[in-house]
Write a protein that binds this ligand. Structure first.
Ligand SMILES: Nc1ncnc2c1ncn2[C@@H]1O[C@H](COP(=O)(O)OP(=O)(O)O)[C@@H](O)[C@H]1O
Ligand SMILES: *[C@@H]1O[C@H](CO)[C@@H](O)[C@H](O)[C@H]1NC(C)=O
Ligand SMILES: *[C@@H]1O[C@H](CO)[C@@H](O)[C@H](O)[C@H]1NC(C)=O
Ligand SMILES: *[C@@H]1O[C@H](CO)[C@@H](O)[C@H](O)[C@H]1NC(C)=O
Ligand SMILES: *[C@@H]1O[C@H](CO)[C@@H](O)[C@H](O)[C@H]1NC(C)=O
Length: 372
């Protein structure tokens, strides 16, 4: 037993609103840690290895389940040994796999991941599952049953045709959607348009909007996507930036340049802090030059400063972060608490090889101060 497990949870009990439904990638990861990345034709040995479930949706939902949510995952695997392993592992972690489609033929999706200890990078080679999931794989009765009682829906923008069918039904039922926007993909624009919350990679906001900076790109995203309540950009060890929309009419009349506001917030950062913290502005009319103006506030979240000796593998850091954000939304956590909590969950996950090995459980004492 790890020293972190405890029979008496020090944390507040969970509310009832904990069913989340997701559609996206669940695969098998073949991880090899190497001292330094090989050159073409070179033969080297791994320093550590792991075969483990992966995929953005599979990882984010494993995180959410360990934190205490009840995730239902919609995806497709094949009836091969990998597929069976993927299902077993998800079930063992508390993810409801009863809506996962198992195809008789074909192959389950898998990924080779090389974790380079020298450059601290993780290089991925992904082979998609075949045959791919199509909306016809999900019957209407399964769709309705999956969404029954759901508090939140999550997409990683894979299997976009099926995700769109689920998203449109979620919208009809008033269930909010969180989207992981990593890069431009087919179908992503329609999913973004349905979403209430979006968590983006560092490059995405500017790729999506052509705006000159991250902050102006966030303003542009919220202007283009009227349903979005907040957008977060994760920046690895640099933490994250969040723009939360505010529709209140009586915001301070004077407009603020969003780039300037971000600079001001960054200057307030405590650079000696080890644990994740968050700095937030009050709500303003935020202006992005040449783009437009939006009512909202900006938050800057810090990542944990992980000692180099403890940083093992950042594979799945973003998925861990999102799993924690799903939990925070279900628990109605204010953003000032959500960002440090999500950063802490992600930092714990970075201390073990693979996307899932280090993911913490609800009773983990390392989370206690973030959940109070
Ligand atoms: N090296 C790191 N040290 C501390 N925290 C990290 C590190 N890498 C990632 N994180 C945490 O995980 C979050 C998501 O990481 P990021 O690398 O942006 O996502 P992705 O895994 O999708 O590329 C970050 O906002 C941060 O809180
Ligand atoms: C990883 O790199 C660090 C130095 O950055 C070194 O001390 C450590 O021994 C390396 N570990 C492996 C398994 O190669
Ligand atoms: C999967 O394969 C097993 C044999 O390995 C077979 O018994 C089972 O019916 C198959 N299931 C599906 C859904 O094809
Ligand atoms: C986005 O959603 C709105 C309704 O919220 C709809 O009117 C509009 O057509 C959609 N746009 C796209 C590009 O899907
Ligand atoms: C919007 O801003 C006003 C003024 O700062 C604040 O009172 C209100 O709680 C904010 N609403 C949201 C949804 O953030």
């Amino acid at each position: 037993m790890s020293s972190f497990s405890t029979s008496v949870s020090p944390l507040p009990p969970l509310t009832d609103h904990h069913i989340v439904v997701g559609c996206g990638s669940a695969c098998l990861d073949f991880l090899a840690a190497v001292a330094s990345y090989p050159k073409p034709d070179e033969k080297i040995r791994s320093t550590n290895f792991k075969v483990q479930g992966g995929g953005n949706a599979g990882n984010a939902f494993t995180c959410a389940a360990r934190l205490g949510l009840k995730p239902r995952l919609i995806t497709k695997v094949a009836n091969d040994s990998q597929g069976k392993g993927i299902l077993n592992e998800l079930q063992a972690d508390g993810v409801d796999t009863s809506y996962i489609v198992v195809s008789e033929e074909g192959n389950s999706p898998f990924t080779y991941i090389i974790v380079d200890n020298q450059t601290r990078t993780r290089t991925c080679i992904h082979t998609p599952g075949d045959p791919p999931m199509v909306p016809e794989d999900l019957t209407e009765s399964n769709l309705f049953s999956a969404l029954g009682g759901a508090r939140l829906v999550y997409f990683d923008a894979r299997l976009h045709e099926t995700a769109l069918v689920i998203g449109e039904e979620a919208k009809r039922r008033g269930i909010p959607i969180l989207l992981d926007a990593e890069k431009k993909r087919e179908g992503l624009d329609s999913l973004l348009n349905l979403s209430s919350y979006v968590v983006c990679s560092m490059a995405f906001p500017q790729a999506f909007t052509n705006a000159p900076s991250i902050a102006t790109a966030l303003v542009s995203m919220l202007l283009k996507l009227p349903n979005i309540k907040f957008a977060i950009v994760t920046l690895g060890e640099e933490g994250c930036i969040m723009l939360e929309r505010n529709l209140t009419e009586d915001l301070p009349y004077e407009e603020i340049e969003v780039d300037d506001l971000l600079e001001k917030l960054k200057q307030k950062k405590d650079n000696n802090a080890i644990a994740p913290t968050c700095i937030s502005s009050s709500a303003f009319m935020l202006r992005a030059k040449g783009i437009g103006t939006i009512g909202g506030r900006l938050l800057v979240g810090m990542a944990e400063k992980i000692p180099s000796s403890e940083l093992v593998d950042t594979t799945g850091a973003g998925d861990a972060f999102i799993g924690a954000v799903l939990y925070a939304i279900c628990e109605n956590m204010p953003p000032e608490k959500m960002l440090p909590f999500a950063a802490q969950v992600a930092a714990i996950a970075c201390r073990a090889l693979g996307a899932r090995t280090g993911l913490p459980y609800h009773g983990d004492l390392r989370l206690a101060s973030f959940l109070r």
